[in-house]
Design a binder for this molecule. Structure first.
Ligand code: ATP
Length: 362
């Protein structure tokens, strides 16, 4: 296992890049701590695979260095880097048994038959495929093939890190949930440094202790799932994470106060921001109430609005409202208002954020 440091990494597929948009990765500085469970999350095309391939050595970056602990591995080949990778589609040998597939990476490393047997059975047990060990891989269901592929990535104890590139994309949705929890459990058992690449926020948030969010070739936030949910560092993270994402309401800041139209809005911290900045209020639908409980000790800020749609999700309802020309979503568990009804939206102060030019102010 190793701490992996990415130092001022940039990469362009253009032979002569001239502007920021020519770069798939743009000045990324990042440290993956030894033994951590990380997710790399971002929309399609943001540079996740490029970053993964730079760590594994399949791509040489246009600029910057990669360190494993304190050793510079930028010029090293993939096999010298000793990283295990699990891909979107299972990489297995169909003609071999499940046991031999799992044993293969260990036999290549000349481990003893006894050590191989012990490790293969341990991994098979965690993945719940022990009863399939003697079966030919060709006959496995697609889910079991992907479990086996995961096992092949995890079987070696001497790897510097295991990287997963969207490994559950081809899995039946019902089984996805099970394998996701299994991966989390595997991390706790095996203590390997794991980097899990996905564009699916549920996968990222359930697997990782730390999530690295990328957009347009840059890292926009590194944080725990709770940080990303409660305190997005950037409006991109607020909007990208959550379903629906954070409401972003245009506002003005004057005399130390924040206003949505004429309505004063209390944000959690002080409202300090340059007057030239493009400012918005960020609040998640989960923290907006409809109809105000007068007994609350910290009264919420109020925005009058008209209900335009109600979407019943079973355990809660998503109520969309219009205030002027701005749409605001609220997530409520109580009885919903009627369509077209005039309501008072209550914004919980400790979850109301202020952003200037996209970045969190308070
Ligand atoms: P996805 O989730 O769709 O796989 P990603 O976040 O992994 O996307 P990358 O595949 O790293 O993103 O791509 C980042 C950018 O680099 C994109 O604009 C993509 O079009 C471009 N790109 C990726 N590979 C190549 C290549 N081999 N040649 C030229 N451009 C490439």
């Amino acid at each position: 296992m190793a701490k992996i440091t990415l130092e001022n990494l940039s990469h362009s597929y253009h032979p002569t890049p001239s502007s920021a948009s020519d770069y798939a990765l743009n000045r990324v500085d990042l440290v993956w701590q030894d033994g951590g469970a990380y997710a790399l999350l971002g929309p399609s095309g943001c540079g996740k695979t490029t970053l993964l391939n730079i760590i594994s050595g399949l791509i040489r970056p246009s600029q910057g260095r990669i360190l494993f602990d304190d050793e510079d591995v930028t010029e090293r080949t993939p096999s010298e880097r000793n990283i295990a990778q699990v891909f979107q589609f299972p990489v297995i040998y169909d003609v071999m048994t499940v046991f031999d597939n799992l044993a293969f990476p260990l036999r290549n490393r000349k481990q003893s038959a006894q050590a191989i047997d012990r490790r293969v059975r341990h991994i098979a047990e965690i993945l719940e495929i022990t009863d399939l060990l003697d079966e030919k891989a060709a006959g496995l269901s697609s889910d079991n093939k992907q479990k086996l592929s995961l096992g092949r990535g995890l079987v070696r104890e001497d790897v510097r890190a295991v990287m997963f590139d969207e490994p559950l994309t081809v899995i039946d949705p019902l089984l996805k949930w099970k394998l996701r929890s299994k991966l989390k459990q595997l991390h706790q058992h095996l203590k390997l440094t794991m980097i899990y690449v996905t564009h699916d926020q549920t996968e990222a948030l359930t697997f990782a202790d730390q999530v690295v969010v990328m957009n347009q070739g840059q890292v926009v936030q590194i944080g725990t799932p709770v940080d990303l949910f409660e305190r997005p560092a950037h409006t991109f993270v607020g909007h990208f994470i959550g379903s629906p994402g954070m409401n972003l309401l245009p506002c003005v800041v004057r005399a130390g106060g924040v206003f949505f139209g004429d309505h004063p809005i209390a944000v959690e911290g002080p409202a300090r921001t340059p007057s030239s900045a493009d400012t918005v209020i960020g609040i998640r639908p989960e923290f907006i109430s409809i109809g105000i409980d007068e007994a609350q000790t910290t009264p919420p800020s109020i925005i009058p609005a008209t209900v335009t749609s109600i979407n019943d999700q079973g355990r809660y309802k998503i109520v969309r409202c219009r205030a002027g020309n701005v749409l605001i979503s609220a997530m409520i568990k109580t009885a919903p208002p009627a369509l077209g009804e005039q309501v008072r939206l209550g914004l919980r102060r400790d979850q109301t954020r202020l952003y200037a030019d996209g970045a969190l102010v308070s």
